[in-house]
Design a protein. Structure first.
Length: 339
């Protein structure tokens, strides 16, 4: 066992002594430097495991200017889509030798400004951030010093890297699936009163474009208004539409939560899914995959989104200083029992 430890803490030198390599080699392995032979990496990792070595983040920061930490800022942790994105980004970060700090902004504009402006500076090497309230111009004006990659549709500064799916095209694809199955009165759930997010706007646009392309006239009554984003709000909107005499044989929902609301609301109204009304959700989360009936859903490639976001962020952290890169990840429409 190496000697000379300070206060029981295992030092980088201890690992180097046990592995029979230089401190520089141990440091390269810890930092995930790729130009290390597999045999050498295994040798150092075995010494790290045997000694229980844990990198000192403060020392690493002083020596390299990096902490090995990445922040992930998302609106709500209890939304399944964001929970799944957080898990996938955390897994991808771990594979690349980084750890993540996850925080939720709860759709609060001041919390979002803090993420951009100063909250993470000095604590992490980079930030992946899905804004909901702060806009494109404000992000550009704040000019964050910490490398930043944005997710979603709310803000897309030309100077900042950005990853998203094509929401308009995805909505068109969803409506086309419903039209091909013979549906002609297709509703959209929903437009939340007083809070039309950019993602909802783009999905509503694709919905309308697909209807027009199929020769189906637009009917404003089929865009169902809700009082909020909860399941109860969605259920109320569907029940009210049926009670008000609005006829429809399919619903494209802005997310899987609203799809569950649609199924519940249709059951209350005595309508059977999919015989009377087909239901198509969005995000392809666990609630869609494992519910009864299993819910058809527009499925963004969340794994690709996580990989792309990490790739762009690592480029920035490694010194890339070019113009913002805007990348679209794929999507598919997954059909299950509700269509």
């Amino acid at each position: 066992m190496p000697t000379g430890r300070v206060g029981g803490r295992v030092r980088l030198q201890d690992v180097a002594d046990l592995a029979g390599v230089s401190m520089k080699t141990v440091s390269n392995v810890v930092r995930g430097y790729e130009h290390i032979s597999p045999a050498m990496r295994d040798k150092v990792q075995a010494a790290i495991s045997e000694l229980g070595y844990r990198p000192n983040l403060t020392a690493r920061r002083l020596a390299t200017g990096k902490t090995g930490m990445i922040a992930l800022a998302i609106p709500e942790l209890d939304q399944l889509y964001f929970a799944e994105i957080a898990r996938l980004i955390g897994e991808e970060a771990g594979r690349q030798g980084y750890r993540i700090l996850v925080e939720q902004t709860l759709n609060d504009v001041e919390a979002e400004r803090a993420v951009i402006r100063d909250r993470e500076e000095g604590l992490v090497d980079g930030v992946i951030f899905q804004p909901a309230r702060i806009d494109t111009l404000e992000i550009a004006r704040l000019r964050p010093e910490t490398p930043l990659v944005l997710l979603g549709e709310a803000a897309r500064p030309l100077t900042t890297d950005h990853v998203m799916i094509d929401n308009t095209a995805a909505a068109r694809d969803g409506v086309e699936v419903l039209v091909r199955s013979g549906r002609r009165r297709i509703a959209f759930l929903g437009s939340v009163r007083g809070d039309l997010t950019e993602s909802t706007r783009l999905r509503l646009l694709g919905y309308q474009e697909a209807l027009l392309a199929a020769g189906i006239p637009l009917d404003p009554a089929l865009v169902l208004q809700t009082g909020g984003f909860s399941v109860e709000d969605g259920v109320a909107a569907v029940v009210a539409a049926v009670a008000g005499g609005v006829e429809f044989d399919a619903i494209l929902c802005r997310d899987d939560q609203f799809a569950m609301a649609a199924i519940r609301g249709l059951a209350r109204a005595g309508r059977e899914v999919p015989r009377d009304v087909a239901v198509l959700g969005w995000d392809d989360t666990a609630i869609a995959r494992h519910s009864t009936p299993a819910v058809s859903s527009v499925s963004p490639d969340k794994e690709s989104l996580a990989r792309t976001a990490l790739r762009l962020l690592v480029d920035r952290m490694d010194g890339y200083d070019g113009v913002g890169r805007h990348e679209i990840v794929p999507h598919v429409v997954v059909e299950r029992a509700t269509t």
